[in-house]
Design a protein around this ligand. Structure first.
Ligand SMILES: CC(C)(COP(=O)(O)OP(=O)(O)OC[C@H]1O[C@@H](n2cnc3c(N)ncnc32)[C@H](O)[C@@H]1OP(=O)(O)O)[C@@H](O)C(=O)NCCC(=O)NCCS
Length: 170
């Protein structure tokens, strides 16, 4: 059973494992393919605890952590945020778990945080991710050509967003 709980200190070693996995880091991070380590993730977590504009969660198969999902740059004035997701464990991708987690965080963002818009950025060649986002109602707002570089090649990058159409504007 898929459970989603708060990101915790004990998740740091999992973050190192997942973000070092080429199947994950070729699609995620400021620089694609970037490596991480325990020290960097400890620092990330310490900053995370101080940052009120970030809410991250651990996706679990029962008690086993398998990935993370989160909102960053949460702007109360603009009622928007940026979404990040990674199913870190190879055996758990393509089984519908990303979809469950995405539906959960969209609901959290719109109902709990009262956001109007959730943004994300994705490499255009990340076909499964783009399809998943479109199936949930994300639309492409822009395409940046040759925006990211990975293993000798430039890739286009899509800006996508989903809007909360049921929200009053107070
Ligand atoms: C992208 C990611 C979060 C998707 O999660 P997932 O659990 O693997 O995806 P799901 O099994 O929930 O698939 C949901 C939908 O995505 C699409 N999809 C999934 N795998 C696919 C594939 N191999 N090819 C085409 N479409 C695919 C389908 O539309 C699917 O819906 P359907 O099965 O009802 O047709 C996950 O694969 C992942 O973490 N990848 C590595 C990191 C990453 O790319 N993060 C996102 C950066 S923007």
């Amino acid at each position: 059973m898929i459970k989603i709980r708060k990101h915790q200190q004990k998740d740091i070693p999992y973050r190192v494992k997942w973000l070092s996995n080429p199947n994950v880091n070729k699609f995620i991070g400021d620089e694609l393919g970037q490596k991480t380590n325990l020290q960097k993730e400890k620092e990330w977590f310490a900053n995370y605890l101080k940052n009120r504009n970030k809410k991250f969660f651990t996706i679990c198969d029962n008690s086993k952590p398998i990935g993370f999902i989160g909102l960053s740059n949460i702007s109360k004035p603009n009622k928007n945020a940026d979404l990040f997701i990674a199913i870190g464990e190879d055996d758990y991708r393509g089984k519908g778990i990303g979809k469950i987690a995405m539906e959960w965080i969209i609901d959290y963002g719109f109902k709990k945080l009262k956001l109007h818009k959730i943004n994300l950025g994705v490499t255009k060649d990340n076909i499964s991710a783009v399809k998943l986002y479109q199936s949930l109602g994300f639309v492409i707002e822009g395409e940046m050509r040759d925006e990211v570089f990975y293993e000798g090649k430039f890739y286009n990058f899509l800006s996508m967003a989903i809007f909360n159409r049921n929200q009053n504007k107070k």
